[in-house]
Each structure stands twice: as C-alpha cells, then as structure tokens.
Design a protein around this ligand. Sequence first.
Ligand SMILES: [Zn+2]
Length: 384
Amino acid sequence: MEEGEFSNIEDELENVKKGDTILHLNYKGLKSLPPCLLTDICYRNLKIIYAKRNRLMCLPEYLNQLFNLVELYLPSNNIKTIPDGICDLRNLESLNLCDNELNHLPAVIGKLKKLQKLQVSVNKLKCLLSCIGDLCNLKTLELMRNDLSTLPVSLCQCERLETLNLDYNRLTTLPRHFWRLTSLSELSVCGNNLINLPQTFASKGSSSNLRCLFVDKNPALHVLPLSLIHVDIGNFQSCRRNDPLGVLPGAVELVVPYKEILVPIVMPPEVRNITTPWKSVPSLQELGLRATGALRSKFMDFKDFDEMLDSLPCNLKSLLLDPTAFCQSCLQEVYVSALPEVVLDQSIFYLGFCCSVKCAVQISLMYSTNFGINIVYPLCMPVI
Ligand SMILES: [Zn+2]
C-alpha cells in the first residue's frame, strides 16, 4: 500500500490521536480505510467513522479492533462484502451501507445486539437471512431499491422496529406475521408488486402505533385491509392499474361492481372458501382450526401449545400460530373460511373478515351508522 494514499487525511487522523472520537473521511477518494486504525492503539476510542462517497470495495477483516464504534457511515462506496468480524462491534448502534454493491449481508449480523439503525438501501440484496430477527433493538430498517422478493418470517421478531422502508423491491406479499411488529409506526412498500396486504396486519389492536403506510405504485393492489381504514395510506390512486386476475393461481376471488366496471378482489392465499349471509356455515376444517386455536388460552405456557402443534403439517401449524385474519367484530381468529366484508370509502376498497353472520351484521351496522359507509356485497360469488 502506498504511503501517499492517506496523505490527504493526515489532519483527520491527527485529530483522533488528540482525542477526537469522530473520524471524518467523507469524499476523500479512499480505496481502503487506513491500516493504522487497526494497528495503532491511539484509535481505540473512535466512536464514529464517516466515510461517505469514497472508493471502498471492502472493509478490513479486523475492524473489531475498533470495539468502541457506535456508528459506521459508509454510503456511496463500492463495498461488495462485509467481513464477519463486524459482529464483534458490540457497541454499534447505526450502520449505513446505502448505495453499495452488496448482494448479501453477513449471517453474523444478528450478533449486533445494540444496532438500532440499519440502512442498506440501493444495493443488490436478493434475500434477507433469518438472523435479521436477532437484531432485538432495531428501530429503523431501510432496504429500498434492492431485489427482495420475500421477507423472512423472523423479521417479525424485531419487536422494537418503528420504521421499515421496502420501497422498490419485488415483493408480492408481506408476511402474515407482521401483526407481531407491535412498535411499527411507519411502513413504506411503494413500487413493489403487492397483490394484497395481510389481514392480520394492524388488527387486534396490535399495530395500533401504525400511523403511515405508503403503498403507492403497486399496480396489482386493488384492496386494503379494513383495519387500515383510518391510517394515512399515501397515494393509493397510483395502484389498481393491472388486472390481478390470474396472478395467484387457485386463489379465491370476489368481484364487486364499481362505476360500471367489475373490480376483482383477491382473497389472502390462506382463504380456501368463503361463507356468505346465505351460506353461513364455515367449513369443517375452519371449525377444527378455531377449536384448536381456542385451546391456546387454556395452556399456561405458550411453549407447551407450540409443542402440541408439532404433530401437524407445518403450514397448519404456522396458520394456528399466525391466523389469516381476526374477526372485525369479535377479534376471534379466522383461518381458511371467512365472511368477507367489502367497504368502499372515498373510492378505496377495504376488505375485512368476520367469523359469523352475527358479527358481519354488527360490522355492517357500525359502518353505516357511525361512518355513513355501506358494505358492498360482491356481485358474483366465486366458483369454489
Ligand atoms: Zn366474530
């Protein structure tokens, strides 16, 4: 390594030696971080490194020598991989890797237990590893403009997550388990290919913190969950461009009349059939699932309940742990057959589910008397 490479940052390094805990290296044309950071004990008290818009291609393997680092600010470089040694930066609270060349995050990233802010927008991530769920203090996660088509279920373990940005990826759905993100107040999923949003999302009072949901430019999104009717949802007019018919093979669909056209409304994939006011008995499978789900409250320890479910096929087990929907009226779990309620409010369709005709009538009354909004019943019943 040429000595001259770091001649333009001598002043900045000197400041740290004199006791400054912040190293300013933005716009310095660096191809690597100066090796002295790791070899010279003078730098051990460094708390923040700003190194925006350099030409960094990788980070040193032994970055863990700087164990007092709280913030690493590295946007607009050419970083392709992150060394596993980063997991030893146990005090790191903020990591900014936006606008780099990453196609994966290291599996050890879950060890950064103090991390509150992770920004990896404008990279090439194709998937997120499940270890992301180990970031128990994460409050902000930014992943816009990557190549994500799915999200790991474990993301829902980040119970402190407040802001999540997933704009401009390739998502067609969000995990049903999102209802566990009880701290989430702002979610942005613009420019994806979402077909619907999970019904459990923001229901059962769980995501009552959700204030903003941005869903602009999801052309196949025709309907929003009824539980989001009072949430600011951004520019929904930019959705509903394409006909989603046929997007989900085998999915149950409703068709509702709107301004002389028929709007198709795709049910969540878990819903296998629907009940209606004139065919009101749920399927035997639905009744069995509800009975099993109701057992949960009888178990003192949820772990015992989970173990009891181990004998079931995994899709049924996951359904019992995270139901398809909660009844809009009584909050009872709903699994594979439900009574859909479609509400039209200011030209936006909202879809909710009820467990029974009795609950559906109550919801219908509530919307018409309290909000002056009528339930729209589907024109055509789906072929089942
Ligand atoms: Zn109900």
